[in-house]
Design a protein around this ligand. Sequence first.
Ligand SMILES: Cc1cc2nc3c(=O)[nH]c(=O)nc-3n(C[C@H](O)[C@H](O)[C@H](O)COP(=O)(O)OP(=O)(O)OC[C@H]3O[C@@H](n4cnc5c(N)ncnc54)[C@H](O)[C@@H]3O)c2cc1C
Length: 440
Amino acid sequence: MRDFSRRDFGKLAGAAGAGTLTSVAWGNFAIAQGAAKVVIVGGGAGGATVAHFVKKEAPNLDVTLIEANVIYSSSFFSNLYIGGFRTLESLNHGYAGLRRLGIKVVHDFATDVDSTKKIVRTRGGRTYAYDRLVLSPGIDIKYETITGYSRDAARGMPHAYNTNATQKRLLKQQLQGMRDGGTVVMVMPNNPFRCPPGPYERACMIAHILKTRKPKSKLVILDPKRAFSKQPVFTEAFDKYYKSIIDLNLSTEIDDYSVISIDPKTKEVVTRAGKKVRADVANIIPQQRAGEIAAKAGVAEGDWCPINAENFSSRKVRDIYVLGDAAIAAEMPKSAFSANSQAKVVASDIVAALAKKDKFEPRYRNTCWSLLAPDDNVKIGANYTPKDGKLDPSGSFVSQRGETADVRKQNYQESIAWYDSITAEMFAKPGPAAAAKKAG
Ligand SMILES: Cc1cc2nc3c(=O)[nH]c(=O)nc-3n(C[C@H](O)[C@H](O)[C@H](O)COP(=O)(O)OP(=O)(O)OC[C@H]3O[C@@H](n4cnc5c(N)ncnc54)[C@H](O)[C@@H]3O)c2cc1C
């Protein structure tokens, strides 16, 4: 028997730094020996955090994390790698810290869920029984939404929009290898998609590389949307830093800049209104859906998964939780910060339910930072509470045009601290505070 106090939780959450703290209230309770099985599919921003918090909270629970990859290569901060502000290696994280806590980390691909027998099957031929199942599989790319695009075509025209390190490396190598005077084309996705400001931060990072290394080159952006996240500060940056480089094409009423086909051989992209652009480098970011295990488990409705806003349990199948990008968490955006915040609520809910304790009022939070140029970073965020089946935002904030260099630099420093904090939480690494103490 073990008691988990608010002080313990404070220590655990505090190790992660201020940026990622969630405001879930945790109670004092105990978990019996030989307790229930929790299986988590997907060891990313959502799943790894759930595994950490459930095990830390209730060490006697049998926690299994099924993750396809041995190394997690984070999508968040991958734009900084493209822009030359980080190495690819700095995005890589392993699972040793979670194993040290006693979590069974299995590197395999979950292929099916039988929610009647309450088992998960894997490609490796194993089955895992669960009392509670958590799905945080992130996104799958909907290649079929653009004629000519496919998993194969992505080897020549990368999306670089998931945890696949090869895709990120490919985009960067193609940009490095392009002639000065070449054309980069970015094809933007329609809502909803992973990380609403992500493609526009990437546009800044690509433009930064072109400006500093290949100034005669162009970046053509083809966008099916009429508006996008943090648009005023992004367009200010496009004008201020990249005026002669970025050619932004936002759609009007008829989705004219929605890309309908590409030719993988010539790298020509064609929009609905008939505009054709030949790319030297094409970064195609298509529509997305929840990772396929969600549909296999029966928790998806269309592309995404409906959840109960108070705890991210599936609205469709009992004893399954879905969080992170796979869930319909409107108004919360699909971000690592959101997934991490949701994960703490899910972990709290699972432990409370299995220990038959009362549930506490959940509160969620998100902040997304974007780097526009060296030391110039902007942010957007809000708190969220469940209301009428949705997540109601409050205390929203967003960076404004014309802010001082000091403010923007401070945002950048905050974002770096956040990256260290969230990855420390996900992978149960010593947090920045603990690491500093050790060094001192
Ligand atoms: C370019 C870019 C920039 C971004 N920048 C930011 C940012 O600055 N801030 C921010 O908060 N967010 C950012 N994001 C968004 C963030 O990366 C995602 O929102 C977040 O990773 C979602 O977490 P998740 O747990 O849903 O999915 P993921 O973190 O993608 O984790 C899913 C995991 O599940 C595994 N998996 C999937 N299916 C299976 C299966 N069947 N069996 C076993 N394993 C499986 C995958 O291998 C993966 O490791 C960015 C994204 C991109 C693409």
